[in-house]
Ligand binder design. Structure first.
Ligand code: HGY
Ligand code: MN
Ligand code: MN
Length: 425
């Protein structure tokens, strides 16, 4: 290797002020006044006009760094910094900039904007790497608009098909394929990703563990299994006053019974560290004097153990099957939205991240991810791992109170930078 490609010993310094400014600027896109917290929240759901604006801002920052920008068929955005050996598989840094409806400024965005901060630091010391480095922003990581999370990275890694993704629709019946075209992000780049040399992602922990253990950095060992399903219950509209209880077919009641059963299963301890969330409950016609004739709920189950998860899914399905017997005439349909098994991350990449944390003087610990991430999809085709950043307020996330300090954000990206320098040398 010629002198230019050896990593100069010069300290890689992350411009934390610029990183913070970028995070705060991106957070203004899709900002809203959140009543529950009194804070400015962020609602930048995938392929909305707000998401288009966020993508355009990201691309302008990639252009500032003279990255070669490409958009794939799923609308995922890639910024490539060439290596001295362009034929080598790149090191891929990624995350997402789409958000849930009640987001803060950090979920996903830290990993994408942090990737740009890493390249800015490389430029600042004239570091040329043998391997190309690519920063990716994956489409629809949250899955909250089109019903499947980690969607862009799952199609890139081949777990889900492009046609399946294009056909997914939002609550108004708009398809993902049409929305990509509408916002001008139905790209030419073939969506199937050539396996990168390695994939690293920096993300906020979104939980309380690092704060409880007083560690700024987590080296992520893997992601727990995820199961999303939609349950639609059909009852019979009837007068709330005149209809005797025994003549009712109350879809709302049955929906509530599923919510209570899911929590009972968690509390029973019979399914390991199961977590269950019914995030959406909608009844119709939704009027005070009408027994609901229809209800729709979503059930999100999480479990670090695949067998416990499978048992929980089977037992909840068996419980749901008993409900029509309790209200003759009740009909129930279930539809799979998303399902991923627990994914272990590459030990080698974890070790590289841990060594990087040590090199930068940051205390770290190994931690499993409670949330799903794009890294779990790319792990199917390349060695992948993540670095977590401590969250304040017990690591709350998917809430405008989500907050990590500028120091901790910078620490996470310093770790990312040192690991990427190692992986791309
Ligand atoms: O659902 C998740 O865990 C992630 O926020 N997409
Ligand atoms: Mn995320
Ligand atoms: Mn999220």
């Amino acid at each position: 290797m010629d002198a230019e490609t050896t990593a100069p010993t010069a300290e890689l310094s992350i411009d934390g002020d610029r990183l913070w400014a970028d995070l705060m600027e991106l957070a203004t896109i899709g900002a809203y006044d959140d009543e529950a917290t009194g804070l400015r929240g962020v609602d930048r759901q995938s392929l909305t006009d707000a998401d288009r604006a966020g993508r355009q801002l990201l691309i302008s920052w990639m252009a500032e760094l003279a990255l070669e920008v490409t958009i794939d068929e799923m609308g995922s955005v890639f910024g490539r910094r060439e290596g001295t050996d362009p034929g080598l598989a790149p090191v891929l840094i990624g995350s997402h900039i789409d958000t849930v409806a009640t987001a803060g400024a950090f979920d996903g965005c830290l990993g994408v904007l942090g990737g740009l901060a890493v390249l800015r630091a490389f430029d600042a010391i004239g570091l040329r790497t043998r391997r190309p480095i690519v920063v990716a922003a994956w489409t629809e990581e949250e899955g909250v608009r089109f019903g499947t999370d980690m969607l862009g990275s799952a199609v890139a890694a081949g777990r889900l098909s492009l046609d399946h993704a294009y056909g997914l629709t939002d609550a108004e019946g708009r398809s993902l394929g049409d929305e990509l075209a509408r916002i001008g992000f139905k790209g030419e780049r073939p969506v199937r990703l050539d396996p990168p040399h390695a994939y690293v992602e920096c993300h906020i922990e979104q939980g309380p563990v690092l704060a409880q253990e007083d560690r700024p950095i987590g080296i992520v060992t893997g992601v727990q299994s995820i199961s999303w399903q939609k349950v639609t219950l059909h009852g019979r509209a009837a007068h709330a006053g005149t209809t005797p209880t025994e003549l009712r077919v109350d879809a709302g009641l049955a929906a509530a019974q599923i919510v209570v059963e899911a929590r009972r299963m968690v509390d029973s301890g019979a399914y390991g560290r199961l977590r269950a969330t019914v995030g959406r409950i909608e009844t119709s016609p939704g009027l005070p004097s009408v027994v609901p004739d229809r209800a729709e709920i979503t059930v999100d189950l999480r479990n670090p153990d695949d067998e416990d998860m499978a048992r929980a899914e089977a037992d909840l399905a068996a419980f749901i099957d008993t409900l029509p017997g309790t209200q003759p005439g009740l009909r129930i349909e279930t539809a799979r939205m998303a399902r991923t098994k627990a994914v272990p991350f590459s030990e080698a990449v974890q070790d590289t991240l841990e060594a990087a944390a040590k090199e930068r003087g940051h205390d770290s610990m190994r931690i499993m991810s409670g949330a799903g991430h794009d890294a779990q999809e790319i792990a199917a085709i390349a060695p992948a791992a993540m670095v977590f950043v401590r969250g304040q307020h017990q690591g709350i996330s998917h809430n405008p109170r989500e907050y990590s300090s500028p120091e901790d954000c910078r620490a996470g990206i310093e770790v990312l930078a040192s690991a990427v320098r190692e992986l791309s040398a």
